[in-house]
Design a protein around this ligand. Structure first.
Ligand code: ADE
Length: 221
């Protein structure tokens, strides 16, 4: 898979993609990630990418020209273009699964107070990562890339995402423990050290349902 991130703050991505699982996925060529600065595409002699809003109002608005030219230079017949915006559809694990099957993603990060409405016509999909407003689409882009790349076959042990919270059965994860068996008086549940795998599976399923009922009853609807 190839992912192009269209942003005027490429430095923001350095840390996020240079550690841990994403770094390994890039090294193993499971994914290619490019950060493309759309300021490089502006026709403005002063390299401006924003301007004041028609009709007045506070703040600056991203102009369409640099983003159009940038996205058009990246786009192929296999591309899916995503625009990050708080008014997009709410991002869910289901979307991460679907997007992990794409060949090429182009992710546009909006910034400042907003972007020219015509930029929306470039997008196949508009995504919000939650009902709060961030300063731009860069952090949401990191969230998307992280959640998608880990699902690409061979990036992590398949079993760990079959068991993820929010996968198709919409249950939260069961509790997990490691050593020591007793820590500050808190004991690992007896069943987990019983060696009886049928019993362990049943206990985990039951705990998943219990936790979901308590914390996220909306997922069971
Ligand atoms: N840009 C600013 N806030 C955002 C959000 N919640 N989701 C996606 N893009 C955004």
């Amino acid at each position: 898979m190839k992912i192009d991130i269209v942003s005027i703050f490429p430095e923001m991505f350095k840390g996020a993609f240079s550690e841990s699982i994403i770094k390994r996925a890039v090294e193993a060529e499971k994914v290619e990630i490019n950060i493309v600065n759309f300021r490089d595409f502006t026709d403005d002699p002063h390299l401006k990418v924003d301007d004041t809003p028609y009709g007045g109002g506070a703040g600056m608005v991203l102009t369409p020209q640099p983003i159009f030219d940038c996205v058009e230079s990246l786009k192929t017949k296999d591309s899916k273009v995503i625009l990050l915006t708080p008014d997009g559809i709410q991002y869910k694990q289901r979307n991460a699964y679907d997007l992990s099957k794409e060949k090429h993603l182009i992710i546009i990060c909006g910034h400042y107070e907003g972007f020219d409405e015509r930029i929306r016509t470039l997008a196949d999909m508009e995504i919000s990562i939650g009902d709060y407003v961030l300063t731009g689409g860069e952090i949401p882009a990191m969230v998307l890339v992280d959640s998608i790349v880990r699902l690409i076959p061979g990036v992590i042990n398949e079993r760990s995402h079959i068991e993820d919270s929010f996968n198709d059965n919409y249950l939260l994860d069961y509790p997990t423990y490691t050593k020591p068996r007793v820590f500050r008086g808190m004991e690992v549940p007896e069943v987990l050290v019983s060696g009886d795998h049928a019993k362990i599976d049943a206990w985990r399923k039951e705990q998943s349902i219990k936790r979901t009922k308590e914390r996220r009853p909306d997922l069971l609807e």
